[in-house]
Design a protein around this ligand. Sequence first.
Ligand code: 13P
Length: 341
Amino acid sequence: MNLTELNRIATAMVVPGKGILAADESSGTIKKRFDAIGVASTEESRRAYREMLFRSKEAMSQYISGVILYDETIWQDAKDGTPLVKLIEQSGAIPGIKVDEGTQGLPMCPGELVTVGLDKLAERLKTYYERGARFAKWRAVIDIASGIPSMTAISVNAHALARYAALCQAAQIVPIVEPEVLMDGDHDIDRCYEVTSRVLNKTFQELRVQRVALEGMVLKPNMAVSGKKCAKQASVEEVAEKTIRLLRACVPAAVPGIAFLSGGQSDEAATAHLNAMHKLGPLPWGLTFSYGRALQAAPQKAWSGKAENVAAGQNAFSHRARMNGLASRGEWQSSLEQKAA
Ligand code: 13P
């Protein structure tokens, strides 16, 4: 393992002004997104859509540090035969790959999930590295509801995250460690804080036990937010203040960067929260975005599967990327949110 090189890549992934595009939806998830805009999800439509994003010059060269790909995409070529990985590299961004294989029900723990995909991971990482991937992602899912999460679910998911992270570093790939506490319930922000704190503490404990070098990883956490169905929604300032307090308490300064998931927040809320956190600096780690939905909902709608809408889709993507790029420096203002396309 060359830790200097892993640290260089991790630092580049969270460089101020840029963040990560999570374009690694599984075939099932992208079908749901395409259903919402009335587009059939085929290998060709998925390629055309993602090629549109990766050819968005302004977004990709100025505001996107890295792209997380799905297995299908990393092997696909653009219409003119250029591998999509090459398009990403040519724009100056770093290609990455989602390597978990989704979740399964956790035995003995009703309603809870464990992420799978460790078998043969070492071999898969080797082929992804050869194809150009320099970082990877593994997402653990923790739900909040009555009586859950159990310590069992937190513990097995943290163990798997650390196993994955160690395998990545041994393969010279930077692991994005993503323990996502879902925002689906009716819990308040303080319950989200408390559960996320347990999850992060257990995750870092496992990372240490399994000898993962913290300098060569990126953390992808949820923010401390109110559950979607909670009657009392926390303000932007409260989300920023509690999230930064939580991260300061749980994330060692040796970690080069933190890149948030958007998790179902509205586009503008995801941007406003990140921006407000940067008003609370200086911070010990880089702090940016690794958004899926909050970067792609607008371009998906503008594109709607039509070749004549590619420029509109790229404008919408560039707008959201620019807004989040500004937020990663604390330089965003809501007045900049005029319609893009
Ligand atoms: P969202 O920003 O849509 O939550 O997706 C980010 C991601 O990569 C989840 O694993």
